[in-house]
Design a protein around this ligand. Structure first.
Ligand code: GLC
Length: 754
């Protein structure tokens, strides 16, 4: 892993501010703070939402204006595409409030704005960090054009438990890949200057360890050790901080028994003490107020004190700081220094975002960007879809020959429409930019005839429960009722090519989108069976915010593509790959378990003292673990890997394209330390990758330097370490393949940043 020097991040914000004169900025901040009342200081730490239906905007604006004029709010969660309204609030702040401090406007732009990009775990699975950065740069340009100054992204949480809905926002299960993808996202959002008219500030979330929520159920406690915190959950945030993110968001979860919003260990000892982070931390929605529900406090003053003293600067939408800071100061439990430091961090970011120099957005910009940037944005979305759709099975049916595929049946609830192409957190995605599967296929197979049959619903299938008296329970969600078996069968029998587009209902992922089973919801399995019974060969394309798997579907499909939620150009991506216009290169950023009973299921687990023992006795040995491992993905060619050799501290392997098509292989470097006195190390962990494109018959030698950072880890004191001793080194196509070479490290232990 490229360890991120703590010093860099401290300089990061200073350098950004230096664009506006670093020390001069600090002096201006000092002068502002010296003049501010306590109420105005608390106002800078208060974030309010302006969301909801557009027709309610005037009422919400009116309510907000008085708070802005009084200096009682410092920022808004701004859900509206209305640059003029945004500027109106800003004008009140910078011309009518006493301190004339500009507001900042923020929203959740997780994977695209008007142009939906593939969801983050899919983007990470491209193993193409330049693409990841460009995709978020498109989102930044679109978001900035409507007056957003900061986005609540990238989501940095490590996703191991597929029951958890928010795996759909993560960069997958691996700390190294997530770190690389997070850094790329921050670069995409912020560029070299987040104040630029086409860039926005980033907000790395949800600090820290949110992916460990108990049972994969959202908002729960999240037990993990300091060792796990260091090895698994911190690296992606550290990468985001080193990439210069201007902010972080604390999570709903707990760190060592303390809600993250009040975790001094995370927010101050590590984030500021070890990494030197100088931006702000914003709480997640309402979490400062939730400290009372967690039972840590029983009043607002104590909640405000706990959170501020821990290092959480902005209170998102809970009014806890507004209600409690004054009293905490008067009680002497909160010091003015702590309050001032939180305000300083917020003002420092407002300078870094250029808001003191340029508080308004050009009100003509949004229409121009929507018009003139649309084609470019969609081109990036299409490239992203092409590079994120994973080929999991192919008996040779793919790629389809566009001239031979004359009668194509598109069957299933994900064949038309955009909800499973957009996925979670895609409120701003414009339907007019969508190319769904049916439309994409029609574009790439212009000579073919089509029949498109939805076949069934796939909404949440909560089977009505029978209560004791036999009456049906009052289930809120109805079981998918549509079922067009006859139409589906007729279409399949008519066709020479059957494309089945099925997947997970989009509300089964994202926030509060946890599931207890990994099944195809609704009556999709029944639909699959009736189509399979026709005996036709089936190409199955699976959509969803997390990998799902079904033995029968995989067994009866000639090919299986996992498309995640592939975004506005998702249908073009599917068609590009099915037609062979593009050879699939994507890899899995999450392991695919056979069932959720085996979740959490991830590749980089420790060996344990009894490897292979203690597994579930009711699952046959051959069905345990991942059916497709992290890093797995097929191409339309075949690559042969030679023996891994280590010369000095460079590991190399020759790979060859021994197939009959040009293709891109994602070559992966894995390492394992065999004797680490500080704690267990994973049985193997990703520490490098390279996309290599070869034509048939071509060969290439791929090499990786085994540096301290490649082999090292961080100990419980936050020191970067690389121990002497024996290591295994793989250069392989995925996390379950390859034969390692042995490498002996002789350098002495190095405590301190690499
Ligand atoms: C939500 C999410 C967080 C999001 C925030 C603002 O509860 O947890 O990811 O950024 O609120 O919408």
């Amino acid at each position: 892993m490229t360890r991120y020097l703590c010093l860099v991040v401290g300089l990061g914000l200073t350098v950004t501010c230096a664009a506006r004169g670093g020390t001069d900025v600090e002096k201006r901040i000092d002068a502002l703070i010296a003049e501010m009342t306590v109420a105005e200081k608390v106002g800078q730490l208060d974030m309010q939402p302006i969301k909801g239906a557009a027709e309610n905007l005037p009422k919400r604006l009116a309510a907000a204006e008085s708070r802005v004029r009084a200096g009682a709010v410092g920022s808004f969660i701004w859900a509206h595409t209305n640059p003029a309204a945004r500027n109106r609030l800003q004008r009140i702040a910078v011309t009518e409030s006493r301190m004339k401090i500009p507001l900042f406007f923020a929203h959740d732009i997780i994977h695209g704005c008007y142009t939906a990009m593939p969801i983050a775990p899919a983007l990470a699975g491209s193993f193409d960090m330049d693409l990841v950065a460009r995709a978020q740069a498109v989102a930044a340009k679109e978001a900035a054009s409507e007056g957003l100054d900061l986005v609540f992204a990238p989501m940095c949480d490590i996703a191991r438990d597929l029951r958890w809905g928010r795996v759909a926002e993560s960069c997958g299960e691996d700390p190294y890949l997530a770190a690389e993808a997070v850094a790329a996202q921050v670069r995409g959002f912020q560029g070299t200057d987040p104040a630029a008219a086409d860039r926005v500030g980033a907000c790395c979330k949800h600090f820290v360890g949110y992916g460990m929520v108990t049972g994969g159920q959202d908002y729960r406690d999240s037990p993990f050790s300091e060792w796990d915190l260091r090895q698994t959950h911190l690296p992606s945030f550290r990468a985001g901080v080193a990439a210069g993110t201007v902010s972080l968001m604390s999570g709903f979860n707990t760190v060592d028994g303390i809600p993250a919003v009040a975790s001094r260990h995370a927010l101050t000892d590590i984030l500021r003490g070890e990494w030197g982070f100088r931006g702000f931390v914003v709480s997640d929605w309402g979490t400062t107020g939730e400290l009372m529900r967690w039972g840590l406090t029983d009043n607002a003053a104590d909640s405000a004190r706990l959170a501020l003293t821990a290092g959480n600067d902005i209170d998102m939408c809970s009014d806890t700081y507004a209600a409690g800071v004054d009293k905490a100061l008067k009680d002497g439990t909160l010091t003015m220094d702590v309050l001032d430091e939180a305000v300083r961090r917020v003002l420092r970011v407002k300078f870094a975002l250029g808001l003191f120099d340029r508080p308004y957005v050009d009100e003509d910009l949004n229409a121009a960007v929507k018009r003139d940037f649309r084609a470019e944005a969609l081109a990036v979305a299409r490239e992203a879809a092409d590079k994120t759709i994973v080929l999991l099975k192919n008996d040779g049916i793919l790629p389809l020959d566009p001239s031979a595929a004359r009668k194509i049946a598109v069957i299933g609830p994900c064949g038309q429409g955009g909800s499973e192409l957009f996925g979670c957190w895609s409120y701003k995605a414009e339907g007019s930019r969508l190319t769904d599967v049916y439309a994409g296929l029609r574009q790439l197979f212009p000579k073919a005839e089509f029949k498109c049959v939805r076949g069934c619903d796939h909404s949440i299938a909560i089977v009505p429960r029978r209560l004791q008296d036999g009456s049906a329970a009052n289930d809120q969600e109805k079981r998918g009722t549509l079922f067009e078996a006859d139409k589906a069968v007729a279409a399949a029998e008519w066709a020479d090519t059957v494309i089945l587009a099925i997947g997970q209902y989009h509300r089964h992922s994202g926030e509060a989108g946890s599931v207890a089973s990994l099944q195809f919801t609704g009556r999709q399995l029944e639909l699959f069976r009736v189509v399979a019974a026709t005996g036709k060969k089936i190409v199955t394309v699976v959509f969803g915010g997390r990998p799902i798997y079904d033995d029968e579907v995989w067994a009866r499909s000639s090919a299986v593509l996992f498309a995640w939620n592939p975004g506005s150009a998702g249908g073009l991506g599917v068609a590009d790959i099915l037609s062979g216009a593009v050879s699939p290169s994507a890899r899995l950023s999450m392991s695919v378990p056979r069932s959720l009973a085996q979740s959490p299921c991830y590749y980089n687990a420790p060996v344990t003292g009894r490897p292979g023992s203690g597994d579930y006795t009711d699952i046959p040995k051959e069905e345990r673990g991942a059916v497709h491992p992290f890093g797995f993905g097929l191409t339309y060619s075949t690559f042969a890997y030679g023996k891994v050799s280590v010369d000095g501290n460079v590991a190399s392997c020759e790979i060859a394209n021994v197939g009959d098509r040009a293709a891109t292989e994602v070559v992966q470097l894995y390492v394992r330390q065999h004797a680490c006195p500080e704690g267990y190390r994973p049985k193997r962990e990703l520490r490098g990758f390279r996309r290599v494109t070869l034509v048939p018959g071509d060969k290439a030698t791929v090499s990786f330097e085994l540096t301290d950072a490649t082999l090292g880890y961080t100990d419980r004191q936050g020191r970067d370490r690389c121990d002497p001793g024996r290591y295994s080194v793989w250069i392989a196509p995925d996390s379950a393949s390859g034969t390692p070479a042995e490498y002996r490290r002789t350098s002495v232990d190095r405590a301190g940043a690499f």
